[in-house]
Design a protein around this ligand. Structure first.
Ligand SMILES: [Zn+2]
Length: 137
């Protein structure tokens, strides 16, 4: 294969993918960008991440901080975490959050809302109509 044509090949392959399959791949959580300051961690692209997740900030932070096992807060555009944390750990925990609270269990799309009913919470999918109870761990 001519390596110079590789990009063309990819472009052509992508054009041949049906629209509905392309849509499946549009949900991509940005990897965390972090900086350390005085033995604390700042997620500097927090705004972008929360916009993609499309969830309530307070809800996300409540769940996320519990999983990380630390205290933290929003500071401007950034999320402050007390302590030093590796990118890989934070990325994995954000992924865990999105699997539980964002992605539909049936069709795997992110077009969902969280609905509360008494003590139970449900993930309602606007793409396929599924409604699944979220089991919080
Ligand atoms: Zn669905």
């Amino acid at each position: 294969m001519d390596i110079n044509n590789y990009d063309d090949l990819i472009d052509r392959a992508y054009e041949n993918i049906p629209e509905n399959v392309k849509k499946l791949s549009r949900f991509e959580i940005p990897k965390v960008q972090i900086r350390f300051e005085a033995k604390n961690t700042y997620i500097t692209n927090f705004n972008r991440i929360i916009n993609i997740l499309n969830r309530d900030r307070k809800h996300f932070i409540g769940v996320f901080l519990k999983k990380v096992g630390t205290m933290g807060e929003i500071r401007g555009q950034q999320l402050f975490l007390k302590g030093i944390y590796k990118e890989q750990v934070l990325n994995r925990l954000i992924e865990v959050y999105s699997k539980t609270y964002v992605l539909c269990k049936i069709c795997n799309k992110p077009d969902t809302d969280i609905q509360k009913e008494g003590k139970k919470i449900f993930l309602k999918c606007t793409a396929c109509g599924a409604r699944e109870e979220i089991k919080e761990k």
